[in-house]
Design a protein around this ligand. Structure first.
Ligand SMILES: Cc1ncc(COP(=O)(O)O)c(C=O)c1O
Length: 362
């Protein structure tokens, strides 16, 4: 049997084993065509079916309304930081709720274009990014072109558990929690997400955009940077990341077979509850720095009594084949990323290890 460890990496992240196996089995001869999908034309029938299925599965699983487009783009979520501002600012300004590393970067790109305004800064008190704002804490500009939020803060370990309201369209970076729970897409103007956490491998970015925001396309932008171009080309205006999109299709099939968004939500809530209960239940040894209402179900962060114990914890976890739990270099501590594909049984193994370690070292 192939050797597989438990992989808590933040992204690229663990993928369902059955998806990897299917991808392996189809690699050399895709559906009897005698070619790998890697070798198929992006305009040929074999790939066209995959492209269409990936799109329709996402529409189905997220109940995406008909007046939205699903796009497959490149450049990661980072390119969307710039593209959202390039396409939507139109000489105006947009509001940004700054809740972590990634929303800071998104804001910085809007500022390059002269239009980023801080509607909330979770680090303002000096204590780091330990929560997301409540609705009433958002300082909204009535003339804002959009409000930008990061629904799950991968580095900080915080997540919105409500959808903020604004008169301006809501733009959400959902890179680290897309399809992890049921979602009312109609509340958003644009949702974007790099695939490499919940949806597949790195190399493709999913964009869900309301038709009214696509408009005619900003004529001041080169065509390839206009959402209009990607919509009109059905994401095939140039040679796209065919293989990552194929793997996203496979992951979406797996999500569907495992209860869809509601099934993922149930599974994710149970996994996170077990992990947080273990942290809170051993409060003299483990401590989660995140405010209760903002705790992420995707990236669970916690601290041990000392940094030396944290180092030892990470090293001993690795000996137990629990990999990738070191916190982001900017915040330290421990971070366990437990996206959709993380099996509940793996969380049980992790909490068993945590309890043993606390008993021996507490
Ligand atoms: C919430 C969030 N936004 C944006 C990014 C950047 O994504 P990319 O590397 O696809 O540009 C990440 C990456 O980890 C992320 O977690």
């Amino acid at each position: 049997m192939t050797h597989r460890v438990i992989n808590f990496n933040a992204g690229p992240a663990t993928l369902p084993l059955s998806v990897l196996e299917k991808t392996r089995d189809e690699l050399l001869d895709f559906e009897g065509t005698g070619m790998s999908l890697l070798e198929h034309s992006h305009r040929g029938a074999a790939y066209a079916a995959v492209h269409a299925e990936a799109k329709s599965l996402l529409k189905e699983l997220l109940s995406i309304p008909d007046d939205y487009h699903v796009l497959f783009m490149q450049g990661g979520a980072s390119a969307q930081f710039a593209l959202v501002a390039m396409n939507l600012l139109d000489g105006g300004s947009a509001d940004y709720a700054v809740t972590g590393t990634w929303s800071k970067k998104a804001l910085a790109e809007a500022k390059v274009l002269g239009g980023g305004r801080v509607a909330f800064d979770a680090s303002a008190g000096g204590g780091g990014f330990t929560r997301v704002p409540k609705q009433e804490e958002l300082d909204l500009d009535p003339k804002a072109r959009y409000l930008h939020i990061t629904t799950n803060n991968t580095v900080a370990g915080t997540q919105y558990h409500y959808i903020p309201k604004s008169d301006a369209p809501l733009v959400a970076d959902m890179s680290s929690d897309i399809l992890s729970r049921s979602l009312d897409v109609s509340k958003f103007g644009i949702i974007y997400a790099g695939a490499q956490k919940n949806l597949g491998p790195a190399g493709v970015t999913i964009v869900i955009i309301k038709d009214s925001l696509v408009g005619e396309g900003n004529a001041a932008l080169p065509k390839i940077f206009r959402y209009r171009t990607i919509v009109d080309g059905d994401s095939l205006q140039n040679t796209g990341p065919t293989f990552p999109i194929y793997m996203v299709r496979n992951v979406l099939q797996w999500v569907k077979a495992n209860g869809g968004a509601a099934g993922m939500e149930q599974r994710n809530k149970a996994k996170a509850a077990l992990l947080y209960a273990t942290i809170d239940g051993n409060a003299d040894f483990f401590r989660c720095p995140i405010e209760l209402e903002s705790r992420s179900l995707m990236n669970v962060v916690f601290r041990l009594p000392t940094e030396d114990l944290e180092k030892q914890f990470i090293a001993e976890a690795a000996k137990n084949e629990l990999m990738g739990i070191k916190g982001h270099r900017s915040v330290g501590g421990i971070r366990c990323s437990i996206y959709n594909a993380m099996e509940p049984s793996s969380i049980e193994k992790l909490v068993g290890f945590m309890k043993d370690f606390a008993a021996k070292n507490g």
